[in-house]
Design a protein around this ligand. Structure first.
Ligand code: DGJ
Length: 730
């Protein structure tokens, strides 16, 4: 058996044809992981292995062990085994619905950052080519896979199903962790064993894809998911549109996982001579349980899948829950003064600032008319950016560039720019008037680019954009796409969005941009390379946020997660929670406030200023450190805890919360993870309110060994008690 290992640290940047040998295995490595396929020329591409770093001898031994069972690495609907689950189905020029792929050649590329393997397959009869890519990042434990189709037939071919990639897992006690939810209840965790049949995780919103389900999944190979041990695989589809993740358990040997753009209502025509590339599917593995896979994804994200991934973010006040649409110049200036006085660094003016002919006083009008409302802001945006700099803070602004209101100057001028269906009434979204613009149309993309570009060029004081998206893709029709390409809308919309974001990033690399999808609807790795952060949820209730943030952290790093402290009677749930609890929960990500400071008491403002100053001490640890989730809120223990630890394992910050309060309830010992057992850590408590004493742990020195083996008793005596400790190795 001859093997080719892609691991050389060479600077070769052209694709080099590999020696082609019958029965050939290829191993792509990434950090501590490997993925292996067999790609004999003229034969089938077969999946061999995905897991901890493996060499050629390991793959040979896998064969000896009986673990390999000759499964297609990219199963096509074709001439053999037509009953199984398929990653690819194509209609050829003559109506033939089958495809029969064999390996044409194998190309490899090695760069300092990654190794790339491209296996080019060809239909035995038709001039239709499929390239399956595997990319192993050297600085992250993630391997990406995707597929490219090339139509060299004389006429168009139609893609019916076109997954990004797939993976086999041996059957056993395999569990999945995945996320469902709703607006204001995003990332709700479900853990379940895989049973015979098909698990399908699917999203058809068309515009935002993370409210009701999430394009990410984890597989625990050793039974019920565990945070810090057990072999675990994670997968994230890097796509902002509709998707399908499928786990098929239809034989007694393996589970087959496939993931890609949802093919529903999305048959895609490739013209002769053209190509189509799927979005990447990112795969990771760890034997440190769910937490290990999360840390792998966080590192990979910071290394390029979120903008400025290793950067820390400013502490901000957002105007939305403070004033909603009641934006006024004095009101905005007052809020800027208030957040500056509490130590904040950025003020974001949310919805309600724009519209001249149709002022934006509610959600029924004005989207598209991105000029400051002269009645609300008589001195224009410049007077606000000036006020921000006078207060020593930065200024940010809300826009929703993909949408238009029926009542707007933009819609009067360009009604054809909205997605709309021939011979059907328009279906309106938010406010009963909101429509999605047709980003398939390059003219509309230019318009959307100009919305943001003009703001940033005309007002250089704008340092931050909150890019919102509050409507689903309901009108499935484009005036721009030809009649026979209407089934491209779901896909071309997101290709258009990707190119728009890329263009904005090229023009404005330094502006901070938040991805917001009416809350957490736009948390996905399709768009995140262009954004610095995303709004985790419109639900700012700290208790429910513990659950939402817990689930979101499975795949997303904390500097990407916008978490805000809001009013003491929460606007979404009506719950009243202590200000300390609200801060301690928001401080585990990118801290902000979403409140009217003038409604806060002097004591609360003082506490907020102290908490913000405390957060500045731990900001880089929280935002760029390694996350160890300790006690899950889903375990029903009435408490929750998580921590961040730096690479040196000298510094950590520990958060603990009381979620339920009963007399004499049993509170578990909190066992930490990821520390150095040989080091001794000194505890210092943060966010202690005036007039209260720090808890008994404050000032104590405890070894990493005890902290991880026995754990500590964290005093959480009262309802909604919470604690934040800084741990420093002595
Ligand atoms: C939905 C967002 O999630 C909110 O934070 C806020 O920006 C509103 N839109 C404004 O309309």
């Amino acid at each position: 058996m001859k093997h080719f290992i892609l691991c050389a640290l060479t600077a070769v940047s052209v694709l080099i044809p590999a020696i082609q040998v019958s029965g050939q295995d290829y191993i792509v490595s990434s950090g501590n992981l490997s993925l292996a396929v067999s790609a004999p020329e003229g034969g089938r591409l077969e999946f061999l292995y995905f897991g901890p770093a493996a060499g050629p001898e390991d793959i040979d031994m896998l064969r000896e062990s009986g673990a390999l069972y000759g499964k297609s690495a990219y199963p096509e609907f074709g001439v053999d085994n037509v009953t199984g689950v398929k990653a690819l189905a194509v209609k050829h020029r003559d109506g033939n619905l089958t495809t029969d792929l064999v390996v044409e050649d194998v190309l490899q590329d090695s760069k300092p950052e990654y190794d790339l393997l491209k296996v080019r397959l060809k239909d035995r009869y038709y001039d239709f080519h499929v390239s399956v890519f595997y990319k192993g990042w050297k600085n992250s434990d993630v391997i990406e896979t995707w597929t490219e189709f090339e139509n060299l037939e004389k006429k168009p071919v139609t893609l019916i199903r076109f997954d990004s990639g797939c993976l086999y897992m041996r059957r056993g006690d395999v569990w999945v962790s995945h996320f469902s939810g709703n607006w204001a209840d995003e990332a709700r965790l479900t853990e379940e064993p895989l049973n015979p049949g098909m698990l399908v995780i699917k999203n058809m919103d068309g515009s935002r894809n993370a409210h009701f389900s999430h394009a990410e999944i984890m597989f625990s190979l050793d039974g019920k998911p565990q945070e810090n041990h057990g072999r675990t695989i994670g997968a994230a589809l890097c796509w902002s549109g509709n998707y399908e993740l499928r786990v098929s358990t239809h034989d007694n040997v393996n589970h087959l996982f496939t993931a890609g753009i949802s093919p529903d209502m999305s048959q895609y025509t490739i013209d002769s001579g053209k190509r189509f590339t799927t979005p990447p599917l990112a795969l990771s593995y760890s034997d440190e349980g769910l937490g290990g896979v999360s840390r792998n994804f966080h590192r990979w994200a910071r290394n390029g899948m979120i903008h400025n991934g290793w950067g820390t973010r400013d502490i901000l006040l957002n105007s939305w829950e403070g004033v909603y649409f009641n934006v006024t110049e004095p009101g905005m200036k007052q809020m800027m003064e208030d957040i500056a006085s509490m130590g904040g660094e950025l003020f974001v003016m949310d919805d309600g600032w724009f519209g001249e002919k149709y002022p934006r006083n509610n959600d029924r009008t004005s989207l598209g008319d991105w000029k400051a409302d002269p009645a609300k802001l008589p001195d224009g945006l410049e007077s606000l950016t000036d006020a921000a700099s006078e207060n020593g803070i930065k200024f940010g602004i809300w826009v929703e560039p993909e949408s238009v209101s029926r009542i707007s100057e933009l819609f009067e001028k360009h009604p054809d720019w909205a997605l709309q269906v021939k011979n059907r009434d328009l279906i309106f979204g938010r406010g009963g008037t909101q429509l999605l613009l047709d980003l398939c149309n390059p003219e509309v993309r230019d318009y959307a680019f100009n919305v943001i570009d003009t703001l940033l060029v005309r007002y250089p004081g704008i340092a931050y954009i909150k890019w919102d998206a509050n409507v689903s893709l309901w009108n499935y029709g484009s005036t721009w796409l030809p009649d026979d390409r209407q089934s491209h809308i779901y896909i071309d919309y997101h290709r258009g969005l990707e190119s728009l974001i890329k263009r904005i990033r090229e023009a404005h690399p330094d502006v901070v941009i938040q991805s917001c999808g009416g809350g957490g609807g736009r948390a996905n790795y399709g768009v995140m390379p262009g954004y610095d952060e995303f709004w985790v949820s419109d639900n700012t209730d700290a208790l429910q946020r513990i659950f939402i943030q817990w689930g979101t952290s499975y795949f997303y790093p904390s500097n990407a997660m916008a978490q805000h402290v809001s009013a003491d009677r929460n606007h979404q749930t009506g719950r009243v929670l202590p200000l300390k609890f609200r801060f301690d929960v928001a401080m585990t990500g990118r801290l902000g406030m979403e409140i009217q400071p003038s409604d806060m008491s002097a004591a609360d403002r003082k506490f907020a200023a102290e908490a913000i100053s405390g957060y500045k001490e731990i900001r880089s640890l929280v935002q760029t450190g390694n996350l160890y989730r300790l006690v899950s809120p889903y375990e029903g223990k009435g408490v929750c805890s998580l921590s961040y630890i730096d690479d040196s394992r000298d510094n950590a910050v520990l958060f603990a919360y009381k979620l339920e309060h009963f007399r004499n309830q049993t509170v578990p010992m909190f066992r930490m993870c990821g520390l150095d057992p040989e080091k001794v850590y000194r505890f210092r408590e943060l966010t202690v309110p005036d007039g209260e004493s720090p808890s008994s742990l404050d000032g104590k020195a405890i070894s990493g060994r005890i902290l991880m083996e026995t754990g500590i008793a964290i005093p959480l005596e009262t309802e909604y008690a919470s604690r934040v400790y800084v741990l420093t190795a002595e």
